[in-house]
Design a binder for this molecule. Sequence first.
Ligand SMILES: O=c1ccn([C@@H]2O[C@H](COP(=O)(O)OP(=O)(O)O[C@H]3O[C@H](CO)[C@@H](O)[C@H](O)[C@H]3O)[C@@H](O)[C@H]2O)c(=O)[nH]1
Length: 439
Amino acid sequence: MPWPGRGHINPMMNLCKRLVLRDPNLHVTFVVTEEWLGLIGSDPKPDRIQFATLPNLIPSELGRANDFLGFIDAVHTRLEEPFERLLDRLNSPSPTVIIADTNVLWAVSVGTRRNIPVASLWTTSATILSLFLQSDLLQTHGHFPIEPSGSKEDEIVDYIPGLSPTRLGDLPQISHGFTHQAFNRFKPCFDQLSKAKYLLFPSVYELEPKAIDFFKSKFGFPVYSTGPLIPFDEVNNRSEPDYIKWLELQPKSSVLYISQGSFLSVSEAQMEEIVEGVRESRVRFIWVARGGESKLKEALEGSQGLVVSWCDQLRVLCHESVGGFWTHCGYNSTMEGIYSGKPMLTFPLFWDQSLNAKMIVDEWRIGMRIRSKKNAEVLIKRDEIKGLVKRFMDGESEEGKEMRRRVCDLSEICRRAVAKSGSSHVNIDAFIEDISKIV
Ligand SMILES: O=c1ccn([C@@H]2O[C@H](COP(=O)(O)OP(=O)(O)O[C@H]3O[C@H](CO)[C@@H](O)[C@H](O)[C@H]3O)[C@@H](O)[C@H]2O)c(=O)[nH]1
């Protein structure tokens, strides 16, 4: 049971594909709303993964970001009952295990009531989960609540097990505004976690050993890092959409791939600054517009780039003409950037993304930060964007070479993790073995 959002459905589906690939006896029922079935129902998948649907009782995916808090409430209150009815129908045989997104509040209690163990899949970094689970430590140390952009921003949070020392300003602002309200709604899900029977991460152990070790010692049940949960075995797809044809014609490492994810976007005024900054940098680009395609095309007319409404992101990133990735730092995008060996220009918007950006720039040292003002309509101006984009795409500078060398090393680490005997490969097998023992 995934959370009904692209950044959650993708890793859940990739996990399920990996599971059925490793175990020829495993069958998966993948539960989505009817709307989501329309969006992903025709994507290729193994026969042993079958969809089952819940009615469209939550706001549509198309307007999800307009009232995200209402969306969270709807998932938390309206889908439990139809999910139970679905379980009633799936009774011959009934499921051995429920794999549910950690954010699906009611999943653990449904499993407990029915005596079906629940494996909780957390779809972003283990590092941020360690913060969310121990947010009371912020309070103990006078860091909760804090004023946004206040004097404490540069103070270092170095007392949370699992979290490397981090500037307070790089953590999500869970004590204020929209993020605070979202956090309050998700907090009960974190509290439920201790009642699950397994915890799965979409991460690679070698990328976050400290946080994953923390969870292994915290919970009395198995914890597995299984990532990256991205579609790496589908990259060699033979189809040739127009954007791939266009990429074929561009010089090696010359193209900046720009995507702000599948969900939130920036203000119009900010968008205008970004468009002009990128245009004036004269860097080649491929830009995912998500909705405003024709407007963006018009604004960028005459520049050396391509605007698309959607693309096969991992395939684009893995193309040799792409030299860098402008990203909002959603965790799937972060893993895809690393796997493809592309440095990242980070522009986080919400939730876990600022901490992902911090890991990209400061811990893994595979990217540059777009340092933006917080809580302003225009976070960063066009001249700064222009300068930064040029610097970022310069593969000949010492910093550019170093960043690229490091991301190639991490790409290799991810590829090894999913290869035979790699850490994630071994963990997927261990999870299968563990759930096979359930009678
Ligand atoms: O043109 C596009 C654009 C995106 N994608 C895919 O869409 C997914 C986007 O996922 P992600 O990068 O994680 O972004 P969000 O959809 O914004 O993800 C939400 O969920 C993530 C996982 O919990 C969190 O890390 C984010 O903060 C949250 O916004 C990725 O698999 C991309 O490959 C495409 O395939 N084509």
